[in-house]
Design a protein around this ligand. Structure first.
Ligand SMILES: [Zn+2]
Ligand SMILES: [Zn+2]
Length: 143
């Protein structure tokens, strides 16, 4: 793709800024849902070239723990939330075998979220992690 600003063939990389994240926790079920938008920019001028929106859907990680807090009508929230861009190559095929030739490794972009679920009672602090990627070639082109 060409860079819209300088019209040169653009080297692309995932935006190193924090991806835009819009997620929420259901305060009774502990289910975390929302979206993260990742953007690929031109290295020369920083123009946005491609984007993808990843759906976030994280189940509460421990059903027994959840029951204890739900039973008392406690309100759950998410804390220490952070999000990072992911830039990696798929190095294993669907059956888990290594893909040795870099030509056949799919370039993946994505995002990684971490945080912890806490409860208003102060007796819960459960780490959650989430990661999703999409093939760089399947992202929506913006220009
Ligand atoms: Zn440029
Ligand atoms: Zn509680």
């Amino acid at each position: 793709m060409r860079c819209p600003s300088c019209n040169k063939f653009a080297s692309q990389s995932i935006d190193s800024n924090e991806p835009e994240m819009d997620i929420d926790i259901d305060d009774t079920t502990g289910q975390i849902t929302g979206t993260v938008r990742i953007v690929v920019t031109a290295e020369c001028c920083g123009d946005e070239l491609k984007e993808a929106t990843l759906d976030v859907d994280i189940d509460f990680p421990d059903a027994d723990v959840l029951k204890k807090h739900q039973g008392k009508k406690h309100s759950l929230s998410i804390d220490q939330l952070s999000v990072e861009a992911v830039d990696e190559y798929q190095t294993k095929d669907r059956r888990g075998k290594p893909i040795k030739n870099p030509r056949y490794q799919t370039h993946l972009y994505g995002a990684e979220i971490s945080g912890s679920i806490t409860c208003e009672c102060g007796k819960l602090d459960l780490p959650v992690e989430w990661k999703d990627t999409t093939a760089a070639s399947s992202m929506d082109e913006l220009c």
